[in-house]
Design a protein around this ligand. Structure first.
Ligand SMILES: Nc1ncnc2c1ncn2[C@@H]1O[C@H](COP(=O)(O)OP(=O)(O)OP(=O)(O)O)[C@@H](O)[C@H]1O
Ligand SMILES: [Mg+2]
Length: 300
C-alpha cells in the first residue's frame, strides 16, 4: 500500500483550546476517504494541518511521501478550503485562468468543469452567489488533475443535481488513481463515493470504518409480494432474516447483513413487487460507535 496521507500523533491546540488531539490516520493511494464530524469537531483543523496552512503542536505528517512544507507537494494537491474568500472585481474566469498560468496547467479544464457544474464564470468574484463561489473553488481544486484532492465541505451550498455531478467527478478522480479526502457533516453526502469514513468529535478521531463493511452490518426492511400465497416454511430460519411476517402473498422482514439467502428463497416463487429500504448508515455508524468511543479504533 502506498500511503498518500500519513498523520501520526497529530495534535493542534489553539492556546488551551483543543483543535485536534493525537490523530493517527493513513489514507492509501487511490482511496476516497470521507471525514465526518459535527461543527467544531476538528475537520478544518486537520485539513489545514495536512496542507501546512497551520503548524501542529505535536505529531508528524507526510503527504505524498514528503514533508507538507515541500513545495513540490503543493503542485500535486487540489485544495478546496472550508471558507473560501473570493473577493474583488475580477471575473471568475480571469481568476481561474490566472491560476492556471501560475500553476502551468489546467487551463483547458476550466470550461469543461464550468459546464459540468453549471458555474457562471462571467460574474465578478465579489458578486458570485454562495453556490457559484463553491463551484469556482471546486474548479480550481480539480482543474490541474492533482494526485491528491483535499476538499473541506465540498458539497456545501450546492444544489442536489450539482452535488451529484460533483460526486461523479470524485468517482472519476478515484478511477484515475487519484486520492481524495473530503469532509462533511453527514455520511449520506459521502457514503456513495467513499471507500472508508472516519468520524471526528471533540478533536478526536472516534471511528474509522469501510463503507462496504458498514453496509454489510446494516439492518434493512424488505418486502416481497408474490402472485400467489407462499408457504411460511419457505422463509423460516434463513440466515440474517428477522421479524419475519408471511401474510398471504406478502413477505415482510428485516435483514441483517447479506440478503442472499432471502433472495434465493423468494426466487422460487413469482415475485411481482419488491421493496428494499436503503439503510440509514449514519444511524448504524453512530449507534455502533457511541458505545465504543472510549476505546475507539483510531488507526487506519
Ligand atoms: N483559529 C482558531 N483559534 C482558536 N480556536 C480555533 C481556531 N480554529 C478552530 N478552533 C477551534 O478548534 C476546534 C475545531 O475547529 P474546526 O474548525 O477544526 O472544526 P470543524 O470540524 O471544521 O467544524 P465545522 O463543521 O464547523 O467547520 C473548535 O473548538 C474551534 O473552536
Ligand atoms: Mg470546518
Amino acid at each position: 500500500m502506498t500511503a498518500v496521507i500519513e498523520a501520526e500523533g497529530l495534535s493542534k491546540f489553539y492556546g488551551r483550546r483543543r483543535g485536534l488531539e493525537n490523530l493517527t490516520l493513513t489514507v492509501a493511494a487511490g482511496e476516497v476517504f470521507g471525514y465526518l464530524g459535527p461543527n467544531g469537531a476538528g475537520k478544518t483543523t486537520t485539513i489545514r494541518l495536512l496542507l501546512d496552512v497551520i503548524r501542529p503542536t505535536r505529531g508528524r505528517i507526510r503527504i505524498l511521501g514528503k514533508d507538507p512544507r515541500d513545495h513540490r507537494v503543493r503542485a500535486r494537491i487540489g485544495y478546496l478550503p472550508g471558507e473560501l474568500s473570493l473577493e474583488g472585481t475580477e471575473r471568475a474566469r480571469e481568476y481561474l485562468e490566472f491560476l492556471a498560468q501560475v500553476r502551468g496547467s489546467g487551463r483547458s479544464q476550466i470550461p469543461v468543469l464550468a459546464e459540468r457544474l453549471e458555474a457562471d464564470l462571467s460574474v465578478s468574484m465579489g458578486k458570485l452567489s454562495k453556490g457559484n463561489k463553491q463551484k469556482v473553488g471546486l474548479i480550481q481544486a480539480f482543474m490541474h488533475n492533482p494526485d491528491l484532492l483535499v476538499l473541506d465541505e465540498p458539497t456545501s451550498g450546492l444544489d442536489p443535481l450539482v452535488q451529484q455531478e460533483f460526486l461523479a467527478m470524485v468517482r472519476e478522480a478515484r478511477n484515475a488513481g487519484r486520492t481524495v479526502l473530503m469532509s462533511s457533516h453527514v455520511l449520506a453526502e459521502v457514503e456513495h463515493v467513499s471507500d472508508r469514513v472516519g468520524v471526528v468529535r471533540g478533536g478526536r478521531l472516534v471511528a474509522v470504518e469501510g463503507v462496504a463493511a458498514l453496509r454489510e452490518k446494516a439492518i434493512r426492511r424488505v418486502e416481497f409480494h408474490f402472485d400467489a400465497p407462499v408457504p411460511p416454511e419457505a422463509f423460516e430460519g434463513l440466515p440474517g432474516v428477522r421479524d419475519l411476517r408471511v401474510e398471504g402473498t406478502a413477505v415482510r422482514c428485516t435483514i441483517d447483513g447479506r440478503p442472499d439467502a432471502l433472495i434465493k428463497a423468494a426466487a422460487r416463487f413469482t415475485v411481482v413487487h419488491m421493496v428494499s429500504e436503503e439503510p440509514d448508515l449514519e444511524e448504524i455508524f453512530l449507534a455502533y460507535y457511541s458505545e465504543e468511543e472510549d476505546h475507539a479504533y483510531a488507526g487506519a
